[in-house]
Design a protein around this ligand. Sequence first.
Ligand SMILES: C[S@@+](CC[C@H](N)C(=O)[O-])C[C@H]1O[C@@H](n2cnc3c(N)ncnc32)[C@H](O)[C@@H]1O
Length: 217
Amino acid sequence: MSGRLQPYATQLADGIAALGLALPQETIDRLLAFGELLLKWNKVYNLTAIRSPQELITHHLLDSLAVLPQLAAVNRLADIGSGGGLPGVVLAIVRPGLVVSSIETVGKKASFQQQAKIELGLGNFTVLNKRVEQVLPDALPGGAPEGVISRAFSSLADFVTLSGHLVAEGGALYAMKGVDPVDEVAALPAGWVLAGTHALTVPGLGAERHLLVIRRA
Ligand SMILES: C[S@@+](CC[C@H](N)C(=O)[O-])C[C@H]1O[C@@H](n2cnc3c(N)ncnc32)[C@H](O)[C@@H]1O
């Protein structure tokens, strides 16, 4: 494989090891291939503000991978407001048994994800070009997912209000956040409670990351 990310392949492999994950080389190569697609098509599809290959590894690939241990019990996952496919495409690459539905309202971003699905051969990944509030659980492969995740999508209250109807009974919403958003937790709508806050360390990122788990009360 060659490309702009290749000089940083070791950084990705080291970061994956630092996260405590053991991934086959073939999977790491597919992560790099997805990163190359993001870099290649960013200008056309306006996918991310990040343009440097090194930051793409830390802020997109490793940041998405850092939530993996918390999703161990999830078999079907929906990613809301997924933009260029983050974290959904990354999670679909590393867990081929995870059924991932990605919901993105902007057509060109959804088109990019569809192209990435084809180029990377992601049979477990489906993209829906829709607003999440207009998606019914039955429209997702396998029905209501046990996990509904988002990164940089909205406030916790809006995430729950717009996406809560998708979560299977007993399932949870997972919000990827920077600094622990205590004010947003206090503003959660009635009927939903914080089930846990996990501080995450993303190798090489140098900023706070938290994963908040929200369940029905
Ligand atoms: C700041 S971007 C984050 C993208 C990606 N999750 C990431 O972390 O790089 C938020 C995305 O949410 C999408 N979005 C906003 N409202 C939405 C809605 N109601 N339903 C689905 N997607 C929505 C936007 O089009 C945008 O791509």
